[in-house]
Ligand binder design. Structure first.
Ligand code: ADP
Length: 647
C-alpha cells in the first residue's frame, strides 16, 4: 500500500482525511495515523469513530446522544482495541458533539465509564462545545479533586497541542481546577503554613453564595439529588437576586419532591392493593371459566387468542391434535377451509357489534352432537376489541326437547281419541241396549209364541253386537296395556282356528278360503296379537264380500323375507273407494253403511301391528277387491333372551 503524508494546519477535521493517509504533518511534527474500527449503536443514531496518532494519542469523535448501554459498549470497544494492539497509557481526545444535554442517566454512565478508562489511559480531554461549558463547570465544582487527569477542552486542536507541546491552551482547564486544591502528592510537599493558607483560600472560595449555587446545581445535574444549602447572601453581593431566587426554587423543588414521594408511595400502595385484588378476581374468573363445560375463548380483532378455558384446550387437542397458544390465530388452528369461512363470517359479524347464536350439527368422531354457539363483541370504552365465543353441547337438551314434543303430540292424539271414543262407546253400547229394552217391553204384552221367538232372535242379535263391541274394546285396551309375549307361530293352526271361529258368519260357507304358507317357515311374535290382526282382516274380507261375485274368495299368504314375515290378506269383495283409503285405519271410520260394524277393527289392527313394530299397507279398488299387507319383524332374539318357564 502506498503511504501518504498529509500536511494539516488544524486537527479539527482529522476524521475527514482520506483513509489512505498514513502520516500527517502537524505543527512541524510527523505523526503516524491509524484508523480503528468504528462503533455504531444498535439502539439509536449514536456512533463513534476512532483513530490512533503516533501510537500514543487516541482520538475519538462521537455523534448523537448515547444511552447508558452505548457508553458501556463504547468503553468495552476501547478496552478491546487496547488488548488487540497491546498498548497502554495513551492519551485520549474525545470530541463529543452533543446536540442536546444528555440525561442524568447518561451523565452518570459517563462518570462511571471515566473511572474505568482512567485505568487504561493517561490524560483524557473531553472536547465540549461552548454551550455545554456550564455543564463542565458544575462537574468541575462537585468532583473537584476526585477525578484525575480529566480535562475539558474547547477544541481538538487545543487538546492536541496541549498533549504534544504541553502548552496550556486557554480552555484546556483541568477538570478539578475550580477547587484550586493541589493533588494529595503536592499537598504532602507543602509546609504547614502553606497548607493553612490553601485550606483557607479553598474555604473562602467555596463559601461564596455563588459557589454554593453552582455546587447545588451540580449536585442536581450530575447526581440527580437536591443538596439543601442555607444561604445568607449579602445584599451587596453580586447576583444577590439570582441567588435568592435559586434559594426559593430549591426550597420549592424540595417540597415538591417530598410531596411527590409521598404521593408516589400512596400510589404504589394503591397499585399493590389493586394488583392483589386483580389477581384475586382473575383467579376467581379463571376458576369459573375452567369449571365450565362450555368451550370458551376470547380473541382480538385479528382473531388471535387472548384467553381460553380448559374445555377449549381439550376440544382443540381432541379435534385438531394441536395445542392452542395465546396469540395464536384461531383460523389457523382449523384445517378445513369451509369451516374457516363459516367461522370468519361469525367473527366478522360479532366484530361489527352483532352478538350471534348459531346451531351446529356436529358429527366429529361419529358422534352426533348439537352445538349451540354464541358470539359476543368485546367492548372497551365503546370500541370493539375482539370477540368472546361460547360453545355448549346441547344434544341432550335438544333430544329431550324433541322427546317432549313427541310425547305431547302422542298425548294430544290420545286425548282426542279418548273424546270420540267415549262418545262412540256410549252410543254404540246404548243402541243395542235400547233395542233390547224395546223388544222386552213388546214381549211383555205379546202372547203370540211365534212373535215372541222372533223378538228373542232379534234380542240375541243385539246382545251379540254388544258382545262383539265389548270384545273389540277389550282387545284395544289389552293391546296398549299388556307387554309382548313371544312364541313360535304355527300359522296352519292359527288360521284354522280363525276360520273356524268365523264359520257362523252369514254366507261364509260360499266363500272360498285359500291359505298359502311358505314351507319350513319359522317366525316368532306375540301370538295373541297376531291372532287379533288376522281375525280382523279375515272377518272384514268375509264381511265385505261382493254379492254379485260368482267365485268369492279370501286368500291368506304367509312368507318370510329376510327377518320379516309378510302376511297378505286379499279378497275379491266390494273394495274400498280411493277417497276413503287414507282414512280406513282411523278410529271409528267406516267406508260403507251397507254393512254393520263399529269402525274399530282396522284401527285395532293398525295399533296392534305397530305394537309389534310392524307396518301395514292396503291396496284396493271398488268392485275388484282389497289386499292388506302386514310386515312383522321376527322377534326370535327376544324369544331367545326371555326367561323360559322351565328355567
Ligand atoms: P268396520 O267395523 O266397519 O268393519 P273396520 O275398521 O274394520 O270397521 O273397517 C273400516 C272400513 O273399511 C269398513 O267400514 C269398510 O268400509 C272398509 N273395509 C275394511 N275392510 C274391507 C274389505 N276387506 N273390503 C272392503 N272394505 C273394507
Amino acid at each position: 500500500m502506498q503511504t501518504e503524508t498529509i500536511q494539516i494546519s488544524s486537527a479539527e477535521k482529522l476524521f475527514d482525511l482520506s483513509k489512505t493517509a498514513s502520516t500527517i504533518e502537524y505543527e512541524g511534527r510527523e505523526l503516524s495515523i491509524e484508523w480503528l474500527n468504528e462503533y455504531h449503536s444498535e439502539l439509536n443514531l449514536y456512533h463513534s469513530q476512532y483513530l490512533l496518532l503516533d501510537n500514543k494519542i487516541l482520538v475519538i469523535s462521537s455523534e448523537g446522544i448515547p444511552n447508558p448501554l452505548d457508553i458501556k459498549k463504547a468503553i468495552r470497544h476501547i478496552e478491546l482495541l487496547y488488548k488487540k494492539k497491546g498498548i497502554k497509557g495513551v492519551d485520549v481526545i474525545w470530541d463529543v458533539k452533543f446536540n442536546e444535554i444528555p440525561s442524568i442517566r447518561v451523565r452518570k454512565a459517563l462518570i462511571h465509564g471515566n473511572k474505568q478508562l482512567s485505568k487504561l489511559l493517561r490524560k483524557r480531554y473531553l472536547v465540549l462545545s461552548r454551550q455545554f461549558n456550564s455543564l463542565a463547570q458544575t462537574f468541575k465544582f462537585i468532583y473537584q479533586g476526585k477525578v484525575k487527569d480529566l480535562y475539558f477542552s474547547g477544541s481538538v486542536d487545543e487538546a492536541l497541542k496541549n498533549i504534544l507541546f504541553h502548552q496550556h491552551a486557554e480552555h484546556a482547564i483541568p477538570a478539578d481546577s475550580a477547587s484550586s486544591i493541589p493533588s494529595r502528592k503536592d499537598l504532602l510537599e507543602k509546609s504547614k503554613e502553606e497548607l493553612v493558607d490553601i485550606i483557607d483560600k479553598y474555604r473562602k472560595s467555596y463559601e461564596t453564595s455563588k459557589n454554593k449555587v453552582v455546587d447545588a446545581i451540580g449536585q442536581i445535574s450530575w447526581k440527580g439529588k437536591i443538596k439543601k444549602i442555607g444561604f445568607d447572601a449579602h445584599e451587596n453581593e453580586s447576583n444577590f437576586e439570582l441567588i435568592n431566587a435559586f434559594s426559593l426554587l430549591q426550597h420549592d423543588v424540595g417540597e415538591i419532591i417530598k410531596e411527590y414521594k409521598e404521593l408516589n408511595q400512596n400510589l404504589e400502595l394503591k397499585v399493590a392493593e389493586r394488583i392483589v385484588d386483580f389477581i384475586d378476581k382473575e383467579s376467581n374468573l379463571r376458576a369459573i371459566l375452567d369449571n365450565s363445560d362450555r368451550v370458551i375463548w376470547l380473541m382480538n380483532t385479528r382473531y388471535e387468542l387472548i384467553d381460553f378455558n380448559v374445555a377449549f384446550l381439550n376440544e382443540i387437542k381432541k379435534r385438531y391434535k394441536k395445542k392452542p397458544k395465546i396469540n395464536q390465530n384461531v383460523l389457523e388452528i382449523m384445517t378445513d377451509e369451509r369451516e374457516q369461512l363459516i367461522w370468519m363470517d361469525r367473527f366478522e359479524s360479532a366484530l361489527k357489534g352483532k352478538p350471534g347464536i348459531y346451531l351446529d350439527q356436529d358429527n366429529y368422531d361419529n358422534l352426533d352432537r348439537v352445538l349451540e354457539i354464541k358470539t359476543f363483541p368485546i367492548r372497551e370504552i365503546g370500541k370493539i376489541k375482539g370477540v368472546a365465543v361460547y360453545i355448549e353441547d346441547i344434544t341432550e337438551l335438544k333430544d329431550s326437547q324433541f322427546r317432549l314434543i313427541e310425547k305431547n303430540r302422542d298425548l294430544e292424539k290420545v286425548n282426542s281419541e279418548l273424546d270420540s271414543f267415549v262418545y262412540r262407546v256410549s252410543h254404540d253400547l246404548r243402541a243395542p241396549l235400547t233395542s233390547i229394552l224395546g223388544l222386552i217391553s213388546l214381549m211383555k204384552i205379546e202372547t203370540n209364541h211365534e212373535k215372541i221367538s222372533e223378538y228373542i232372535g232379534l234380542q240375541e242379535k243385539s246382545v251379540k253386537k254388544l258382545d262383539m263391541f265389548i270384545k273389540e274394546i277389550i282387545n284395544l285396551s289389552r293391546n296398549s296395556r299388556l307387554g309382548i309375549t313371544v312364541s313360535n307361530i304355527d300359522f296352519d293352526e292359527l288360521l284354522n282356528e280363525i276360520f273356524e271361529s268365523q264359520h257362523y258368519t252369514k254366507d261364509a260357507e260360499e266363500i272360498k278360503r285359500i291359505c298359502e304358507i311358505e314351507d319350513g317357515l319359522s317366525f316368532f311374535t306375540d301370538r295373541q296379537r297376531l291372532s287379533i290382526i288376522l281375525n280382523n282382516l279375515i272377518s272384514n274380507s268375509l264381511k265385505y264380500m261382493d254379492p254379485q261375485e260368482k267365485d268369492p274368495f279370501v286368500k291368506v299368504q304367509v312368507a318370510m323375507e329376510k327377518e320379516e314375515c309378510i302376511i297378505r290378506v286379499s279378497d275379491n269383495g266390494i273394495g274400498i273407494s280411493e277417497v276413503y283409503l287414507p282414512k280406513i285405519f282411523e278410529m271409528f271410520f267406516r267406508a260403507t253403511k251397507d254393512f254393520s260394524g263399529s269402525g274399530l277393527g282396522l284401527y285395532i289392527v293398525k295399533e296392534t301391528v305397530e305394537k309389534l313394530k310392524g307396518r301395514i299397507s292396503v291396496k284396493s279398488k271398488t268392485r275388484e277387491g282389497s289386499t292388506f299387507q302386514v310386515r312383522l319383524p321376527n322377534l326370535k332374539d327376544r324369544y331367545d333372551a326371555a326367561p323360559k318357564l322351565e328355567d
